[in-house]
Design a protein around this ligand. Sequence first.
Ligand code: HMG
Ligand code: MG
Length: 313
Amino acid sequence: MTAEGLPMTVPAQDLPDRVRIHEVGARDGLQNEKSAVPTEVKAEFIRRLADAGLTTIEATSFVHPAWVPQLADAEDLFPQVADLPVALPVLVPNQRGLDRALALGARRVAVFASATESFAKANLNRTLDESLAVFEPVVRRAKDEGVQVRGYVSMCFGDPWEGAVPLHQVVRVCRALRDMGCDELSLGDTIGVATPGHVLELLSLLNEEGVPTNVLGVHFHDTYGQALANTYAALEHGVTTVDASAGGLGGCPYAKSATGNLATEDLVWMLHGLGIDTGVDLGRLVATSAWMADQLGRPSPSRTVRALSHKDQ
Ligand code: HMG
Ligand code: MG
């Protein structure tokens, strides 16, 4: 560690020079919060994340307000941050969600599929194939409007109802989303059960089945403390897009065993230590998560936030 409280830079072989962090704290991080976070606090959170150097900040979801009450203020929030010079993707589950997002000028959207029937039903109230059929015209219309589309695939490594998830099921959903026209896919370990060999096996199989690494991002929840190890494995495979949540906030209201995402600060500490550029100012990011933890009334679960917040005490 340096005197400034930053990691020593000691590069490792065969890793990318730069990683794009897809920050999900304002969406995945907050969607599970029980008490309503004021819209102004969410907007300030997003502004601070942008100021810390994050360039892709998932802002909110245009889902049914009764399904995710915390994000029912999407129409109020999005215009408050729309002028920031960063990409602000939003989740859209269907045509209605896309209408709402386009009406506010969103230029990036994400549909969210599941590798399993159980989660498709729990999260989208549809079978897996019905949900893909809903997404198809959503993706087509977004592309026609010149809007960039991400396709999430949840439960890639395990499912709380079904247990192990066969890799070919994950590949089938990934290929369907690519065939629809999704620009990027994000491989979700919704309940945080993956281990590095499993990650490498899925990435290799996707490549063999025609899905190239450069369209893949990884989205690890940290339930079993594996998110950083899994990320390192993905980096070794050549993945350069990593999802993370400031302060390690998060969880999915429709998957009870999901905890927070990989904390952005823990990710940045590792990446900067490896000499991998992220564009993020770690000090500002830690200050943002410490501020957000105060707003939520409990300490951040991020190890790096805790270590750096207490450094001077
Ligand atoms: P449904 O009840 O089947 O909806 O829910 P429906 O299509 O039957 O429509 C019923 C009513 O809802 C209609 O109104 C629609 O207009 C309205 P009515 O005609 O009765 O007055 N409606 C909407 N209203 C506002 N916005 C909309 C919308 N859609 C329909 N977009 C639905 C289906 C998809 C809407 C529901 O299941 C839903 O909103 N689910 C979202 C669940 C969610 O947000 N989960 C968390 C995000 S996913 C995640 O966290 C995982 C991820 O992080 C990756 C990982 O970790 O794996 C991405
Ligand atoms: Mg998630």
